[in-house]
Design a protein around this ligand. Structure first.
Ligand SMILES: [Zn+2]
Length: 239
């Protein structure tokens, strides 16, 4: 059988963990293996990380959909990989996280227990993305279930949600265009974790619109808007 295709990349990830590689792309996320959260890719990404590159498509019938391609960040750039390879790399990285923290990473549950003792773990870092991570006896060095049963559950962190609000001052800057967001104007908050604390990157609705795909009802703060404000916001967010 030999080593799985993902193993080499995962080993490289360990060695070069601190280095970053520039990657210019309109819309992508990467899996931060310190937290196992998806992070929006902004200009550069840690070498060794799995990258999810998003693009929009339209079917012949005119229905819109979002497509995901996968990549691995290497020192020389982001290399295309299959979803299967991405899942293998993530499985190695999840195992590393588990060995170091003795905990389950967030958003992972056991999906299937196979006859040969392998365990399939479902990793769903967002509502739209999920991976099947196969833990083999070879990989873990013992029956995966015995190893997994000893892990503690991660603290249940609140699911990070995007939000909308009117800017309380003119001090915030739009992360998309770099210009200030004027007081009283809508601003869209993109959640991210900074040293485990939930924080937001703000955007002008118009600037985030091309890559915005959250249903408005799921935006924190949306329900508090007056009907005419809701209409104004949805117009601003139109692609
Ligand atoms: Zn902007």
């Amino acid at each position: 059988m030999g080593e799985p295709p993902g193993a080499k990349a995962a080993n490289r990830a360990g060695r070069y963990w601190m280095s970053e590689v520039d990657y210019e792309v309109d819309w992508a996320y990467w899996v931060n293996t310190k937290t196992f959260r998806l992070r929006r890719l902004q200009k550069s990404v840690l070498v060794g990380s799995v990258v999810l590159i998003k693009s929009r498509g339209v079917t012949e019938e005119g229905a819109k959909y979002i497509e995901t391609d996968y990549g691995i960040a290497e020192k020389t750039g982001v290399r295309d990989i299959s979803k299967k390879e991405a899942s293998m790399i993530l499985a190695e990285q999840a195992l590393e996280y588990m060995k170091q923290t003795k905990r389950w990473p967030p958003d992972m549950t056991i999906k299937d227990s196979l006859k040969d003792g392998d365990i399939v773990i479902l990793f769903s870092p967002s509502e739209y993305d999920s991976f099947n991570l196969r833990f083999t006896i070879e990989m873990v060095g013992q029956k995966p279930i015995d190893f997994l049963e000893k892990l503690k559950r991660s603290k249940k962190e609140p699911e990070p949600v995007w939000k909308v609000e009117t800017a309380k001052s003119g001090r915030s800057k739009c992360r998309s265009c770099g210009r200030p967001i004027e007081e009283g104007r809508f601003r869209i908050g993109e959640p991210y974790f900074y040293e485990e604390h939930l924080s937001y990157r703000w955007h002008h609705p118009k600037c985030i619109a091309p890559t915005f795909y959250i249903p408005l009802e799921k935006l924190d703060g949306y329900r508090l808007l007056a009907p005419e404000e809701k209409m104004r916001l949805s117009k601003l967010l139109q692609k």
